[in-house]
Design a protein around this ligand. Sequence first.
Ligand SMILES: Nc1nc2c(ncn2[C@@H]2O[C@H](COP(=O)(O)OP(=O)(O)O)[C@@H](O)[C@H]2O)c(=O)[nH]1
Ligand SMILES: [Mg+2]
Length: 175
Amino acid sequence: MIEHKILFTGSVGAGKTTAIQAVSEIPVICTDVLNSDLTLGKEATTVALDYGEVSLGKTERLRLYGTPGQERFSFMWDVLAQGALGLVILVDHTQTNPLQDLSIYLNHFKDTIRKTACVVVLSKMDASRPPALEAFTEMMQENHMVYPVVEADVRDRAQVLWILDLLLVQMEARL
Ligand SMILES: Nc1nc2c(ncn2[C@@H]2O[C@H](COP(=O)(O)OP(=O)(O)O)[C@@H](O)[C@H]2O)c(=O)[nH]1
Ligand SMILES: [Mg+2]
């Protein structure tokens, strides 16, 4: 069995836990606790990590890790990024400045991104205005990062599998 480690990151509420739960074949190990920060408007939030698994055929398995969203837990981001072969950056497009949210993760994970595969996913599009997709691709280009920027509903298993496929295609192209 060949295993690949995939990391899901992005701000609080962007859909990391939801995405992993949508595809995982094992019960997702989830370390959400009651949120002490009421300004985030969420009852539970991920303080350490999420973990799930999905197999692809009989020979490959993806180990899916979700990072804690809040920047004050960013020491965990580096620990989790070790050995990752692909990074999914989730951007909650209902937020006031999704571009700025993306830049936090592009900056923090820039070394990982250059070494691995990456997909930027704009989430919660059903509840949001239409995206300025060019602005996102421009930001990636300014950082010399040529990776897909897509819209997806990560509650939908098929769409999360599609995101993983976008990563795998890049990983294969590198081999
Ligand atoms: N309306 C809408 N809600 C979504 C979508 N994706 C995720 N959610 C909801 O957003 C909430 C936060 O998601 P969660 O996975 O906990 O975010 P995390 O903090 O990144 O782990 C959950 O209640 C999800 O059901 C979406 O595409 N549209
Ligand atoms: Mg979470």
